[in-house]
Every structure is written in structure tokens, then in C-alpha cells.
Design a protein around this ligand. Structure first.
Ligand code: THU
Length: 126
């Protein structure tokens, strides 16, 4: 997991966050052992911004991956995943370990179900 956390930290340096100045990096570990990263990308039309976690996951899906083992997120202050990202992580990854790190290298381990209990998902649509 150290490599995944380091990857998330390095992705944070690529963030495009001129409006909030809050940079976020993320990295997802695929079931076949690949690490795929993302950073937040903001828009002058604020609602079009995409979080680092979703950039990482959408990149991974677009590269042909469909099974994931873990996610790491890097922020300056250990800020947690937004609600929209929690839903997307649940939909695409299920209950995986999530590591959140900050500028002091603290690491908090949580999981999708801890962050999003009683989640809505595809099973309710059938
Ligand atoms: N942000 C993320 O990238 N991930 C989250 O889970 C929380 C928020 C970004 C979006 C925006 O660019 C900035 O942080 C401030 O909200």
C-alpha cells in the first residue's frame, strides 16, 4: 500500500485547482496489480469540476479495468472523499480499503462501506 499512497501523493502535484487551491491526488490499485492515478481538475464553471478519485477510476475503466483492490487519496489535511465519489467507488469497486493521507504523512485507513453505509446501488434497480 505504500506504493499506492506514494502514487496518490505524486498525482496530487498534477492537480488543476486554480479556483479552490485545494489539490487532491488519487490512485486505484487494479486486481491485476496496476496503479492508475488521477488528480482533481477544476473548471471556471465550478460544477464541471471532477474530483481526483473519479478521474482515477474513470481512467482505469477507460483503460479496460473492471476490478479494483484498493484506493489511496492524498490531500493537504486528510480531507475525506466527497459524497459523489463515495457512490462511484461503491458502484465500481464495492467494499475496498481506502487510505487517506495528508502532508504530514499520516495515513487513515477506512473502507467504502464505512464511508457510505446503506448505499444505493444497482441491486435496487432490478
Ligand atoms: N475534491 C476532490 O478531488 N476529491 C474529493 O473527494 C473532495 C473534493 C476536489 C474538488 C475540488 O477541485 C476541490 O477538491 C475543492 O472541493
Amino acid at each position: 500500500m505504500e506504493n499506492l499512497i506514494a502514487h496518490a501523493k505524486s498525482m496530487r502535484t498534477l492537480a488543476h485547482a486554480p479556483y479552490s487551491n485545494y489539490t487532491v491526488g488519487a490512485a486505484v490499485l487494479t486486481s491485476d496489480g496496476e496503479m492508475i492515478g488521477g488528480c482533481n481538475v477544476e473548471s471556471s464553471s465550478y460544477g464541471l469540476t471532477c474530483c481526483a478519485e473519479r478521474v482515477a477510476l474513470y481512467r482505469a475503466v477507460a483503460a479496460g479495468h473492471s476490478s479494483f483492490k484498493a484506493l489511496a487519496v492524498a490531500t493537504e489535511n486528510g480531507g475525506s472523499l466527497c459524497g459523489a465519489c463515495r457512490q462511484v467507488v461503491w458502484d465500481l469497486c464495492g467494499d475496498i480499503p481506502i487510505f487517506i493521507t495528508d502532508n504530514q504523512n499520516n495515513v487513515e485507513e477506512t473502507s467504502t462501506l464505512q464511508l457510505l453505509p446503506e448505499a444505493f446501488d444497482q441491486s435496487k434497480l432490478k
